[in-house]
Design a protein around this ligand. Sequence first.
Ligand SMILES: *[C@@H]1O[C@H](CO)[C@@H](O)[C@H](O)[C@H]1NC(C)=O
Ligand SMILES: *[C@@H]1O[C@H](CO)[C@@H](O)[C@H](O)[C@H]1NC(C)=O
Ligand SMILES: *[C@@H]1O[C@H](CO)[C@@H](O)[C@H](O)[C@H]1NC(C)=O
Ligand SMILES: *[C@@H]1O[C@H](CO)[C@@H](O)[C@H](O)[C@H]1NC(C)=O
Ligand SMILES: *[C@@H]1O[C@H](CO)[C@@H](O)[C@H](O)[C@H]1NC(C)=O
Length: 560
Amino acid sequence: MNLPMSPMRRRHCFLIVGFIVFLPFCFFNLFSVPDVTSEQFLVQRIAELQVKLQYLESMYRSRQEDLRKLSERVELYSTSATGGDNSSSWVISPNYSELRPEVTQMIKNMSGMVAAQGLNPPVMLRMPSSYHFLPHLLDDPSSLRLAYLLSKGRTGVSVVLGVPTVKRDKQNYLMDTLQNLIDGMTPEDIYDSLIIVFIAEVDLEYVLSVAKEIELRFSMYVESGLIEVLSPAASYYPDFDKVRITLGDPIERVKWRSKQNLDFAFLMSYSQPKGTFYVQLEDDILAKPHYITDMKNFAIEKTSKKEPWFVLDFCQLGFIGKMFKSAELPWLITFFQMFYNDKPVDWLLDHLLYTKVCNYEKNNDVCKREKAKMWIHYKPSLFQHIGTHSSLKGKVQKLKDKQFGKIALFFPHVNPEAEVTSAIKHYKQYTLKRAYLGETFFWGLLPQPGDQLTFKFTSPIPVKRFHFKSGNAEHPSDKFYNTTVEVLPVELPSNAPVVLSNMTSDGYVVVGKFESSGIATGTVDDSLGKIQALRLHVHSDSDNWAILSEIYIQDELASR
Ligand SMILES: *[C@@H]1O[C@H](CO)[C@@H](O)[C@H](O)[C@H]1NC(C)=O
Ligand SMILES: *[C@@H]1O[C@H](CO)[C@@H](O)[C@H](O)[C@H]1NC(C)=O
Ligand SMILES: *[C@@H]1O[C@H](CO)[C@@H](O)[C@H](O)[C@H]1NC(C)=O
Ligand SMILES: *[C@@H]1O[C@H](CO)[C@@H](O)[C@H](O)[C@H]1NC(C)=O
Ligand SMILES: *[C@@H]1O[C@H](CO)[C@@H](O)[C@H](O)[C@H]1NC(C)=O
């Protein structure tokens, strides 16, 4: 049987692939880009292809592994079929011409001895696999299956973003995180990336509700294949009540960090074949604009300078913003499986690197230096935490990355002159008046049903459009919920197509409302004529305070 391609043929195959990708680019480059930058560009492009090649090779290796398993089985089957009776002899006709002459001579001299028959026995060494470290996976044949998958099957991208998420008692920032991740992408990034949301829960009802929300909120990106959603089979997890207490931690903490290790291993295993680089994220983060391009360029720069690396670190916190070559993820996955019950995930990453590069006999400074070469920090940070509540109950997460810098918390606009009143009490200096003038954002305490924020125009104007954004980067949950946008026309023309249900008892017309994204945006029908006032009308009470980070009322004259 001639199974896997020889290494030589494989190399040729890759060279040809590389050549095909590379050749048109050379021509393009020759004729269109000035010389000095073109060389730099070329070096970068080669580096990019190198990493891609490494990724393709790792993909090839897993196919090879499949073949190997298959051929092992075939071989065992055929020997047991033909050599069944000769139980004392395990020899599968050794190929004497492959052996050195001395060895052949030795075998001849040993003829008649049982010891001589020990060549090429059909015994296959069994190396430990995941099942050894996670024996509970054997209890259910579907333990490594997915319970849920929403996917368009996108593969071969440059950057895969892994976003694990769990049910939280308090605020959930997943939707805001996804919105922010997409907002920070360039159009090219959107085609060359993949966001994989791993819902690390076994409650299918919850999984489906999150998947539904993602599909509704980001239908375009789910449709184009940018976003995937998945969840594991319940039998993927061991009985966490039986974890060993380690590091003297309370049991709840041991359970939480053990599960996190297994979650990361699952997400990484699923993500590994999808793209060249993998970046570990969390579900409560903010990203800087162009973060994908910045990460990609940094990785390629390191590769083109022939600086070997294992982790590129784009955030100083925990396990956020760590980039790996997908081809090297199996190192981490296996490590997490081996020690999931022993250490938190970020410690394991550190230990793995320690094991890889540190010399036990040299001092700690040498080790630190060696690790820093393989674990490279990028500054300023590209990611920041937004949550104040960690998913571990009661543990308030206050860690912020100081390297991230300032974030825009509001977006000022020039608005028509108006008298501004708010029934919601403001916090500190965050008044509605200042927010309307674009000096800050409005931050109000716990809105109550019936509360109104009113903008009464100095002179009535024909309002064309309005755009209100609630919540901001640091407090994404401080949104307006169940709140309508209403306008008060000077007089309602008889031809206005206003449905009766759109009229309030005090003469306002409902023209829009805040969506779950925290945004209220829309146009006002011309037929309503001049408008005296516009208001935001709250209909339910809220567990959150409310922020208005963007107020934009556009009259007919203003142009965008
Ligand atoms: C057992 O081995 C002998 C010598 O190698 C061979 O002649 C014989 O046919 C074998 N028997 C079977 C059942 O394969
Ligand atoms: C034995 O090995 C030689 C050299 O590797 C090879 O040319 C030959 O085909 C092999 N014979 C058998 C029966 O496998
Ligand atoms: C063959 O085996 C005998 C006895 O075991 C030994 O004396 C002799 O040197 C061996 N010959 C060779 C060529 O190995
Ligand atoms: C009536 O209100 C809805 C929102 O509640 C809005 O979408 C619609 O445009 C309004 N109709 C008019 C004529 O303003
Ligand atoms: C909004 O508030 C109204 C009035 O209190 C209530 O009837 C309605 O169910 C609320 N809608 C949502 C989505 O909470």
